[in-house]
Design a protein around this ligand. Structure first.
Ligand code: DGI
Ligand code: FE
Ligand code: FE
Length: 190
């Protein structure tokens, strides 16, 4: 799948504002990929496609989780996490993308997971720090992203977990696993 075809597919599926977010994530993913020695074409393509399923009806996504045997846990942690997991499935079946590294970067872009690949980290982080984001604490994550991919992902996970906790929302288990694993990884390195 080339970039032009991917962009045309997402432009059709997304609202204008979300499409513009996608373009910013793509540019940010390229910057991070260059900085941290990740395949630039894969990072860009995964970023272009990362929110492909964002506007699918929730009922359709829930049905897909069941019919395709995705983790039933996904049905209990808020509808916001569905689009990344079913998005990877739709990108594969509807757009014919076969690269498993790209599909995995799409699948984990919202929750993260333990032992993320560098490509997964780049897409996860690019989605969080693209210039249109105004989350509280995002500037600190942008600063860290200049130097250390793992520390920047850790900060972004910390912010997301704290945000969800402050709203009394549930946190998907793989998000905690991603957080813990990065804590251990960074400790081990230093
Ligand atoms: O799709 P985007 O808006 O670009 O960004 P995203 O895919 O990171 O989705 C952000 C939303 O997902 C935000 O409302 C918080 C929510 N979210 C992120 N991680 C988790 C989560 N929700 C739950 N319940 N659990 C998580 O671990
Ligand atoms: Fe998303
Ligand atoms: Fe996004």
């Amino acid at each position: 799948m080339d970039e032009a075809k991917a962009l045309a597919a997402v432009e059709k599926s997304l609202k204008r504002r979300r499409y513009e977010h996608t373009l910013r994530v793509t540019e940010e993913a390229e910057v991070l990929a260059r900085r941290f020695q990740v395949d630039i074409s894969k990072a860009r393509l995964a970023a272009i496609l990362h929110d492909y399923a964002k506007y699918r009806p929730v009922e359709e996504m829930r049905k897909t989780v069941q019919s395709e045997g995705l983790s039933p846990l996904l049905l209990h942690y808020g509808d916001e996490i569905l689009h990344s997991f079913v998005g990877a499935y739709y990108v594969s079946t509807e757009l014919g993308v076969t690269d498993l590294e790209i599909l995995s970067a799409i699948r984990y872009h919202t929750t993260g997971r333990a032992n993320m690949t560098k490509l997964e980290k780049v897409v996860f982080l690019a989605d969080y720090i693209e210039p249109g984001r105004t989350f509280s604490g995002v500037e600190e994550v942008r600063e860290e992203a200049r130097l250390d991919l793992e520390k920047a992902c850790l900060l972004s996970l910390r912010n997301t977990i704290m945000f969800l906790v402050s709203k009394q929302q549930s946190v998907y288990p793989e998000t905690f696993e991603a957080y813990n694993e990065l804590i251990f990884d960074i400790k081990r390195r230093s």
